[in-house]
Design a binder for this molecule. Structure first.
Ligand code: PDD
Length: 286
């Protein structure tokens, strides 16, 4: 059985238990990362660890480990996981002070640290052939979505609404702007340009998003603009896809009850997806 890394020890998952006074449990006071490995090779680990360090810095938790130590832990998890395609989950909370108090404990206590591995569930054959459906929902989140906080209630409610509607993802709309998904970033082809929301406090700077932006700019087959996507323009898009570490480039062929473009998989998506799949197989793309 795959062990988990918990507060510096390698133990069986059922032995990893947090206190009821853990601030992650009481307040959602912590941050997390999801890092993929494909065919047993980590993909984007450096960028994910940089983002983890940033999330921790933003909420003033001292990173309990160096990047090299994190890498050692996640590499061991990848090796141990029975699956070839692995999703590593890391969570760090502000630890377990003796008393519940909103303010940060002073002096600080040791953070609670978890790293575990799960097989990546591939997207279904149906979605591979026909694309997925997304629904649009109001963005109920806070104004620091750039921090990968474990406070995910609005994201969870949005994703649940999508699932209840038979869709794969929810597109979050704030003040008339389609920003990103419940757990993914959003790209749309409108008037021959590829648009995605600019980095900032209203989206998570996705590692997949950033890699794709670099890839598209390097290839130069379509102009790429990091600019807000007005909600109503979303329905003029000829192609839409949503990116994340565990779903790559998820093609969206229906939004609410509207077909996106022809309602079929788009040619730009097909081209970018192929290039992206190739990147995944290249060693050294850590
Ligand atoms: N979520 N936006 C949000 C709100 C996310 O939660 C995620 C990822 C992304 C995509 O980021 P990346 O390309 O770095 O995976 C964008 C992970 C997968 C999760 O919460 O499980």
């Amino acid at each position: 059985m795959t062990q988990v890394f918990f507060n510096g020890n390698w133990i069986a998952p059922e032995m990893a238990q947090v206190s009821v006074f853990d601030r992650g449990f009481l307040f959602g006071d912590g941050v997390y990362e999801v890092i993929p490995a494909f065919n047993k090779q980590l993909f984007g680990a450096k960028a994910h660890l940089t983002r983890l360090a940033r999330s921790l810095r933003e909420i003033e938790i001292v990173d309990p480990m160096s990047a090299a130590q994190w890498l050692e832990v996640i590499e061991r998890l990848v090796v141990q996981c029975p699956s070839d395609d692995v999703s590593i989950y890391i969570q760090v909370t502000r630890g377990t002070p003796p008393k519940r108090d909103h303010a940060y404990p002073n002096p600080p206590v040791a953070p609670t640290v978890l790293a575990s591995a799960n097989p990546i569930t591939p997207v279904s054959e149906e979605i591979r052939r026909q694309g997925a459906r997304a629904i649009t929902v109001p963005d109920l989140r806070w104004s620091r979505c750039d921090i990968k906080s474990v406070n995910l209630l609005p994201n969870i409610m949005a994703r649940q609404q999508a699932v209840a509607a038979g869709a794969s993802e929810a597109i979050l709309v704030r003040e008339g702007i389609a920003l990103e998904g419940a757990a993914s970033n959003l790209f749309a082809v409108i008037d021959g340009e590829l648009l995605t929301a600019p980095l900032g406090p209203h989206i998570l700077g996705g590692v997949t998003r950033n890699r794709l932006v670099d890839m598209v700019r390097a290839q130069g087959q379509i102009p790429l603009l990091e600019c807000p996507i007005p909600f109503d323009r979303l329905f003029d898009a000829t192609e839409v896809f949503m990116t994340s570490s565990t779903r790559d480039l998820l093609p969206i062929t229906r939004i609410n009850d509207h077909a996106v473009g022809t309602g079929k998989l788009g040619s730009l998506w097909a081209q970018l997806n192929q290039a992206f799949q190739q990147l995944k197989t290249q060693r050294g793309s850590v």
